[in-house]
Design a protein around this ligand. Structure first.
Ligand SMILES: Nc1ncnc2c1ncn2[C@@H]1O[C@H](COP(=O)(O)OP(=O)(O)OP(=O)(O)O)[C@@H](O)[C@H]1O
Length: 697
C-alpha cells in the first residue's frame, strides 16, 4: 500500500513536519543557552558582587540547559483538536515564538493541556479529537486518535489501539518511565489539584501511586512557584527504590527535586537492622517525648546557685534562674543555641545583683564618710563639677558609679560564669543524648515510664554498639532538639510508600516541611512489619492533624487481571476492608512450579532459562526471603534476573517475576503475608511461584 492510500502514514508524515520544527527549535534554544553559559563562565569577575551575579546567571543557565535536555526524549506526545478548529500540541515543555499567537507547544502542566488528560466522550471539554504521538528519538512512528465529540472518523483520523495499552505492555527497563503522555483522568485530577495542604493517595499495587506522586512533584514546581522556590523533596523507602524512580523527574525537565531516604535526610547511614520489636519501639513517638524530657532535665532543673565574681560571691535564687530558663525555652531555639540566651539572661541578673550590692557598699561608705567628716560626698562631687563648668551636673547616686555595660561584657567572658552555665545548661551532642538514653536502664526507666520493664530491657544497648536504621530518626530528633530545626527545609514534600513510615520518621519529614504542603502515597495492605498505624488517620493525625484530602486510585496499570485474581484471598486476609482493584489488562495465568528443598536453585535457574528463551530481552525479577539471597546470588542467578528480598520489593516492577518459596517469605518476618502480597504483585506480564514441597502456603 502506498503512503497516499495509508491514512495513518499520511498523518505520521504530517505530524513529523511539526515535530521536526519543534526539535529544531529545541536544539537552537539548547545551543543558545550552552553558548551563553560558556560566555558567562569565561567572563572574568572583578568584584565579589560580580562573582555572585555570575554564579547566579550560570546556575540559571545550567538549570535551563537541564530542562531543555530533559525534554529531548518524547518532546511532543499529544495534540488536541478543539471544536472551534484550533489545535494545540502538548509536550514536555512549552514553546512559543513571537510570530505565532498560539504556542507551538504547550507544557503538559499548563491549564490549556488539561483537556488532553481529562476529556472523555461524556465530557469532551470542547474537544473533537485527542491525538497521541509515539516517537522514537526524533521520529514520529505512530499516531493514535480518540474522537471525543461523537463524530464519525474522517480520513484524517487514526483510530486504533490505545497508547495507554501500548505503554503498559512495553518492556520494563528496570527504571520507571514518565507517564506524562498517558496520565489517566483519575490520576491527572490529583496531579493538578490546587490543594496546598496534605493530600493522601491510596490504591492497590500498580494503581499508579508513584506515577501520581512524581508527576505531582513536577506539577508543583510548575504551578506553585513559592513552594518551588523552597524546593521539592521526594522521600522513598530505600536506595533501590530511589534508583528505580530516579529518571522520571529529569525526563520531565525537572532536575532540582531532591530524592532522599530518611537516612539521607538525617545524614546518618547505618547498615545494621534492628530486631522488629525494637524497631517498632524506637519508631514510636514515646521516644521523642523521652528525648525532649532528657533535654529538659539539662535545662537548669533546680536553680539556686552562687557564682564568684572577683572577690564577690553572688547568689541567684531559684525564681531568677527559672525566669531565665523559661525565657530561653520560650525562644523555641534548640537547646544549644538557647543556652546562649539563658547565659545572657543570667548575666543580666548577675549584673543587676552586682549593681545592687555595689550601690549598697557605696551608700554605706558615703554614710560612714558623712558621719566621720560631716561631708555629703555626692553633693561635694556635683559641686566640684559645677565649679569646673559642668553646670547641670546632677547630684549623683551610688548606682551611677557602676558601669553595667562594661560589667556585663566582662561577665559574658568570665570563666566562672561559663562553668556555672555549663553545670546548669550543658552543651549537648545529639549522638551522646541518644546513647545516654539507650545505654542506661535507669535513664530508660526515668524517661520512658510508659514502657514495660521488658520493653525497656529490649531497648537497652551497649555504648559500643553501632547505630541501626531505627536509630536514625532518634538521632535526627535529638539534633533538632539540641541544634534547632533542620537547616534544609522544603516548600513541598512527596512521600512514596508512605505506609512504611514510623511516627518518628513522620516527625523527621514534617520537620522538613514547615508549610505542611505534602502529597503522600501508599497502601496499608503493603505495610511492612515496623508499621504500627492501621490507617492514614492514625498515622498522620499526630503530625499533620486530622484533615487531609484522601484520594483512592482504583485501576491497576501494572498487574494483569489474572495475577490480581491469584492475590484476592491473600488480600482479603491482610486487608479485609480494602476493595480489590481491577486491572485493564489480561494476560497469562500465573503458574506454580513445585520443587524439593535441595533443588530450589536449580528450579529457579531452569525457570529463568525458560522465560528468557521464550521472551528474550524482558526484565526478570526473582523475589525471595532475605535468607535465600546469598544462596541465589552465589549460584549466579543474578546474571539472569534481579534478585530482590521481599522486604525490599515495595514499589518495584518487572516483566516477569519468580517468587521463591512463598512459605519462606511469609515466615521470614512478622506480617510476612504482606511481603508476599508485595512480591506477587510486581510483575507486569508473568508470575511464577516456586513452591517448595513439604512447606505450607
Ligand atoms: N497513566 C499511566 N500511563 C502509563 N503507565 C502507567 C500509568 N499509570 C501507571 N502506569 C504504570 O503502571 C505501573 C505501576 O505504577 P506505579 O508504580 O505508580 O504504581 P503504584 O501504585 O505505586 O504501585 P505499588 O503500590 O506497587 O508501589 C508503572 O509501570 C507505571 O509506569
Amino acid at each position: 500500500m502506498s503512503q497516499i492510500d495509508d491514512p495513518a502514514a499520511c498523518q505520521v508524515e504530517f505530524e513529523q513536519a511539526h515535530v521536526s520544527t519543534l526539535y529544531e527549535l529545541l536544539t537552537e534554544r539548547l545551543s543558545e543557552a550552552q553558548t551563553r553559559l560558556a560566555d558567562v563562565l569565561k567572563t572574568p569577575a572583578e568584584s565579589a558582587s560580580e562573582t555572585h551575579e555570575r554564579e547566579v546567571t550560570a546556575q540559571r543557565l545550567a538549570k535551563e540547559i537541564g530542562r531543555l535536555e530533559g525534554a529531548e526524549n518524547g518532546l511532543v506526545f499529544g495534540r488536541i483538536d478543539r471544536a472551534d478548529g484550533t489545535t494545540l500540541r502538548i509536550g514536555r515543555l512549552g514553546m512559543q515564538t513571537d510570530e505565532e499567537d498560539l504556542p507551538l507547544l504547550v507544557d503538559w502542566r499548563a491549564n490549556a493541556a488539561r483537556p488532553f488528560y481529562e476529556a472523555t466522550p461524556v465530557h469532551p471539554m470542547s474537544l473533537r479529537r485527542r491525538r497521541h504521538l509515539r516517537l522514537e528519538e526524533r521520529t514520529v512512528v505512530a499516531v493514535s486518535d480518540e474522537l471525543l465529540d461523537g463524530s464519525a472518523p474522517t480520513a484524517g483520523d487514526v483510530v486504533g489501539d490505545g497508547p495507554l495499552m501500548e505503554a503498559l505492555s512495553a518492556r520494563r527497563t528496570g527504571r520507571m518511565q514518565a507517564a506524562v503522555a498517558t496520565l489517566q483522568a483519575e490520576q491527572d485530577e490529583i496531579v493538578r489539584s490546587t490543594h496546598r495542604g496534605v493530600s493522601v493517595v491510596q490504591g492497590g499495587p500498580g494503581t499508579g501511586k508513584t506515577v501520581v506522586a512524581l508527576h505531582r512533584a513536577a506539577y508543583v514546581l510548575y504551578a506553585f512557584p513559592r513552594a518551588a522556590e523552597h524546593g521539592v523533596l521526594v522521600v522513598g523507602p530505600n536506595a533501590r527504590f530511589l534508583e528505580y524512580i530516579s529518571q522520571v523527574l529529569p525526563s520531565l525537565g525537572e532536575n532540582d527535586v531532591v530524592l532522599a531516604t530518611c537516612q539521607e535526610l538525617a545524614g546518618v547511614f547505618p547498615d545494621t537492622a534492628e530486631p522488629l520489636d525494637v524497631a517498632r519501639l524506637k519508631g514510636s513517638s514515646a521516644m521523642a517525648d523521652a528525648l525532649a524530657d532528657m533535654v529538659r532535665c539539662h535545662q537548669a532543673p533546680s536553680g539556686s546557685f552562687t557564682v564568684r565574681i572577683g572577690h564577690e560571691t553572688v547568689r541567684l535564687h531559684d525564681e531568677v534562674v527559672a525566669t531565665a530558663r523559661d525565657a530561653a525555652v520560650a525562644t523555641g531555639l534548640g537547646h544549644n543555641p538557647a543556652r546562649q540566651v539563658f547565659k545572657e539572661l543570667l548575666v543580666d541578673a548577675i549584673t543587676d545583683a552586682l549593681e545592687r550590692s555595689t550601690g549598697d557598699i557605696l551608700e554605706q561608705i558615703d554614710a560612714e564618710v558623712a558621719i566621720l567628716t560631716g561631708t555629703d560626698l555626692d553633693r561635694a562631687t556635683a559641686a566640684d563639677l559645677r565649679h569646673l563648668g559642668f553646670d547641670d551636673a546632677p547630684a549623683t547616686g551610688p548606682a551611677d558609679e557602676f558601669d553595667a555595660d562594661a560589667v556585663r561584657v566582662g561577665l559574658l567572658d568570665d570563666a566562672h560564669i561559663d562553668r556555672t552555665v555549663e553545670t546548669l545548661w550543658p552543651r549537648l551532642v545529639p549522638s551522646e543524648l541518644v546513647r545516654a538514653l539507650l545505654t542506661n536502664s535507669d535513664t530508660l526507666a526515668e524517661h520512658l515510664p510508659g514502657l514495660t520493664k521488658d520493653e525497656r530491657s529490649r531497648l537497652l544497648r551497649s555504648s559500643e554498639d553501632s547505630w541501626t536504621d531505627a536509630d536514625v530518626p532518634l538521632l535526627d530528633e535529638a539534633a533538632s532538639l539540641l541544634d534547632g530545626p533542620p537547616q534544609r527545609t522544603y516548600g513541598y514534600v512527596v512521600v512514596d510508600e508512605a505506609q512504611e513510615l514510623t511516627a518518628m520518621q513522620w516527625r523527621m519529614i514534617v520537620r522538613r516541611c514547615p508549610g505542611k504542603a505534602m502529597t503522600l502515597v501508599g497502601d496499608f495492605a503493603q505495610a511492612g512489619p515496623v508499621t504500627t498505624a492501621r490507617d492514614w488517620k492514625e498515622a498522620l493525625s499526630p503530625h499533620v492533624g486530622p484533615r487531609f484530602n484522601l484520594h483512592t486510585l482504583t485501576v491497576s496499570y501494572r498487574t494483569t487481571q489474572e495475577i490480581l485474581e491469584t492475590t484476592r484471598e491473600l488480600l482479603a486476609r491482610i486487608a479485609p476492608d480494602q476493595t480489590p482493584t481491577r486491572s485493564l489488562r489480561r494476560g497469562e495465568t500465573p503458574r506454580t512450579v513445585p520443587t524439593q528443598p535441595d533443588a530450589i536453585v536449580a528450579t529457579v535457574a531452569r525457570e529463568l532459562q525458560t522465560q528468557t528463551a521464550a521472551h528474550p530481552g524482558e526484565l526478570l525479577g526473582v523475589i525471595c526471603a532475605e535468607s535465600r539471597l546469598d544462596q541465589l546470588t552465589a549460584a549466579g542467578i543474578g546474571e539472569h534476573a534481579r534478585i530482590v528480598p521481599a522486604s525490599e520489593a515495595r514499589g518495584l516492577e518487572f516483566d516477569g517475576v519468580v517468587v521463591v518459596s512463598p512459605e519462606e517469605i511469609v515466615t521470614a518476618r512478622p506480617g510476612g503475608e504482606k511481603d508476599l502480597y508485595v512480591a506477587l504483585t510486581r510483575a507486569t506480564k508473568r508470575l511464577c511461584t516456586i513452591a517448595v514441597q513439604g512447606q505450607g502456603c
